[in-house]
Design a binder for this molecule. Sequence first.
Ligand code: FES
Length: 110
Amino acid sequence: MHEKQMSIDGKRVSFLPTDKNIVEVAKRNKIALPAPCYNVNRINGCCKVCVVEIAGKIKYACTTAPAEDMVVIVNRTDLKELRKERIEQYQNGEKDNAPCECSCSNSDCC
Ligand code: FES
């Protein structure tokens, strides 16, 4: 399969056409990016923890597809703080970050 390239935190990384989103690209390239509601078979997009910056805008890594030459920022102090805050909210069951895109009925999911 032909690999394409993008940048995460200034480092060139590769991704495959089968990579659905930035979470999968980060994982394969061993870049830590918390994504507690992400499931490879179901994109939830409801915890709002997986925040990254792309072209000056905050995006959710689990609902953003990778693209050739995309520039993604993961590890910056403000993004880390925001993820930390949202992880606490998620763990405390504060789900004001809805709507959840998941249509499952499994309460463990989201
Ligand atoms: S992992 Fe992306 S919103 Fe939950």
